[in-house]
Design a protein around this ligand. Sequence first.
Ligand code: UT7
Length: 325
Amino acid sequence: MRRSIMLSCGSYLPKKVMTNSDLAKLVDTTDEWIEQRTGIKKRHIAGEGEKTSDMATFAAEKALKKANLTGKDIDMIVLATTSPDNTFPATAVTVQANIGMHDKGFAFDIQAVCSGFIYALATADNFIKAGQVKRALVIGAEHFTSLIDWKDRTTCVLFGDGAGAVVLEANDNASGTKADRGILSTHLHSQGEFRSLLYVDGGPSSTKTVGHVRMNGKEVFRHAVTRMSEAIMEAMRENDVDPSEVKWLVPHQANKRIIDATAEKLNLSPDSVVMTVAEHGNTSAASIPLALTTAVEDGRIQRGDLILMEAMGGGLTWGAALARW
Ligand code: UT7
């Protein structure tokens, strides 16, 4: 049986840091409120002229280097973003050119907001399983602060910029059991009737502007805990996995309270949760690969560990992926 092995990962955060106290100078908020309600301490902001494709390229190059590969070894790039360089072409093709993936392969973007990385991972995994590509680069990259209304304290304190990437490779000798390395299953969902709970109030065919993020935070919070728990349970059920077998939960990093509530609901030990939201806030599609890279680089996630990834975002979209690192 064919599985997609996760060969390596890499991430990038811009140099410029904005603390909660910095934000308190812009809007009526406090360091205490932000930290208590979200767990966020700071976020990184892309530098002048620094684009989504630049951040994505840094993360991709780090992941490729760790796998001893170059762009020439990659057949496909799937890049999840809500904040592309341009309306078109896809940011993924700029990354394709940047990493020297010339004369071969293809690259495209995926838009599922904060669930983008799970959607991109599922897409690449399916291309690999279908036998259409051998190696794929899956990237989540966001210049999310360009979508922020810096006068709206209910959203501007939450988000940040960054990127993360994973290299996938086909393995044709998998057993087809949960003991296999690689992606065991992915589970995607969306419910368009809830799209007005979290959206950007602009776009080419509506206002002809870029627009700003608008969110009904309380409602999104409520849906997030319920839906992400459901997706995690679906992944565990499909693979006949007990919560005690999950070594690491690598969740979308939106809010510490959402992550804590989800882990508690599923009886997952707090010690098995990778939490990086304090360091970079909600980086949308970049947050899972950022958290994953942190835990792989600091040695928490080891080869063979069972990891559960989950996310929810605008759309509403949500999903989960179970993998053995
Ligand atoms: O990535 C996926 C999508 N996003 C999410 O997952 C985010 C989901 N939602 C959340 O994380 C939370 O709902 C928030 C962090 C956005 C808000 O936390 P909350 O506990 O739901 O607060 P709230 O919206 O109920 O607001 C409580 C109070 C309100 O004041 P009143 O009406 O009680 O007087 C707000 O006006 O806090 C006020 N408030 C603030 N105060 C200081 C809202 N934002 C701020 C702020 N600083 N930045």
